[in-house]
Design a protein around this ligand. Structure first.
Ligand SMILES: [Mg+2]
Length: 441
């Protein structure tokens, strides 16, 4: 493996009495000189605003990039970093990642929550990027090295009906995917989570965006829950038993519906059932676990290592799905994996298209290095504008993703290109029941 080593390894290869190089001395004198925030939306999409953090050091040309994207609160996170975190970081030693993490976590008395923790996550990633560059090593080497050579991944396939989703699944299989997340629009619904909306819904959503208000979507969970066993029966008939199948409920059903669903899906042998209940209803996992063998995954909305901790220590889930952009960055991802490892619980870090390639790279560094890796969700079909802004992204081949061996996170941001695609005001939809009451997204 080709590596650009600076400092320590070069020192070992040198004279008997090691001489410290300029690079090797640098960490002891490094200071954080500036913290800059770049908000960019290269795709010009409703979910495409990325909040990028650049931590600049006192060494010329040495900086780190992190991703603090928190969809729905992007500008709050950007302002939080600029107004509240930047002053606490200037002058600090960027090599002291754990110390800075603890300092920033305890900084606001009213701590935690998605805005604070997304800001902290972005800073954390940037500090690991800097440390890797100083060491001349990719971040996964600093986390223990590769525990595997590539990362099993999956893609989402969806449709307006079973046939359309089945055809999309077959196309994904032809592209080499071994694991598929399958989503279908429920009967009588004009939209749903990760499914194509109807033309009428699309027009209403665009109209709301133009008016600068959140679009509204109708959602009734009962028909959706009744549909899902039929969907997976169809998929097994169409695709056979070899392919692994996932479904994401996205927290849109009641606790009792989640229990029924986990039991009803047992015959279809899912890879996992994702987000079966809202994060407010975590006690439901005890009920589900007592009665159903369907593997369960949860965690993408948690903002720290404490939320959902009992689901790990009581072994009530099978996959931890924390988002490294919200839970506290690489530092916390590594810790959560270590907590889950003795229970045989595997990682499946959240890697949707609404986090940037910087976070996708961070996901891969942690996933490569942990013993209890399960699967890595990862967007790989970035549009041209995103490729202009970001120097790289995880690469896809035959059902797996991988990253290179560049020092740090191995990704750079073209700030001039990012400036061409500024923040785009787009509100997330509100979900309403048929009686016009609010419901979980
Ligand atoms: Mg999910």
């Amino acid at each position: 493996m080709k590596m650009k080593r600076r400092g320590f390894m070069g020192m070992l290869a040198g004279a008997a009495l090691p001489m410290r190089t300029e690079a090797a001395r640098a960490p002891r004198h490094l200071k954080i000189q500036d913290v800059q925030v770049v908000v960019t939306n290269p795709e010009r999409s409703a979910m495409g605003n990325f909040v990028l953090v650049k931590v600049v050091t006192s060494e010329s040309g040495l900086y780190g990039w992190g991703d603090a994207t928190c969809t729905g609160s992007e500008l709050a996170v950007a302002r939080f970093i600029e107004a509240h975190m930047r002053p606490a970081l200037i002058g600090r030693d960027p090599m002291r990642i754990e110390d800075i993490w603890q300092t920033l976590f305890l900084l606001p008395y009213y701590r935690s929550g998605s805005v604070h923790m997304s800001a902290l996550s972005g800073i954390d990633m940037a500090l690991w990027d800097i440390k890797g560059k100083v060491a001349g090593l990719p971040v996964y080497e600093l986390l223990g090295g590769r525990a595997r050579s590539k990362l099993l991944t999956y893609t989402s396939v969806s449709g307006r009906d079973f046939q359309e989703a089945g055809e999309a699944a077959q196309r994904a299989r032809e592209r080499g995917y071994k694991v598929l997340k399958v989503q279908v629009r429920a009967p009588g619904m004009e939209s749903g989570y990760a499914v194509p909306p109807s033309e009428r819904q699309r027009e209403a959503t665009e109209k709301a965006h133009q008016a600068g208000v959140p679009p509204s979507e109708l959602w009734e969970p009962a028909g959706y829950v009744r549909m899902l066993p039929k969907l997976f029966e169809y998929m097994r008939q169409k695709l056979g038993d070899e392919v692994e199948l996932i479904h994401d409920v996205h927290e849109r059903i009641t606790p009792s519906q989640a229990l029924w669903l986990a039991k009803a899906l047992e015959p279809y042998n899912l890879f996992f059932l994702e987000d079966p209940v809202r994060p407010e209803h975590l006690d439901t996992f005890r009920l589900i676990r007592q009665q159903a063998a369907t593997p369960l995954a949860m965690g993408e909305v948690w903002t720290g290592q404490w939320e959902g901790l009992f689901l790990i220590t009581e072994h009530l889930i099978d996959y931890v799905r924390h988002d490294l952009c919200h839970c506290g960055g690489i530092t916390i991802g590594k810790k959560i994996a270590a907590i889950a490892e003795p229970y045989g619980i595997l990682t499946a870090w959240h890697g949707p298209s609404n986090i940037s390639p910087v976070a996708q790279m961070a996901n891969c560094h942690v996933s490569l290095s942990v013993a209890n890796f399960g699967i890595q969700e990862c967007r790989t079909n970035w549009p041209e504008a995103a490729r202009e802004v970001f120097s790289t992204a995880p690469s896809y081949s035959d059902g797996y993703v991988n990253i290179g061996d560049e020092p740090g996170l191995g990704i750079d941001v073209n700030e001039k290109a990012a400036a061409k695609y500024p923040y785009l005001a787009r509100h997330r939809p509100t979900i309403r029941r048929a009686d016009d009451s609010a419901w979980a997204y």
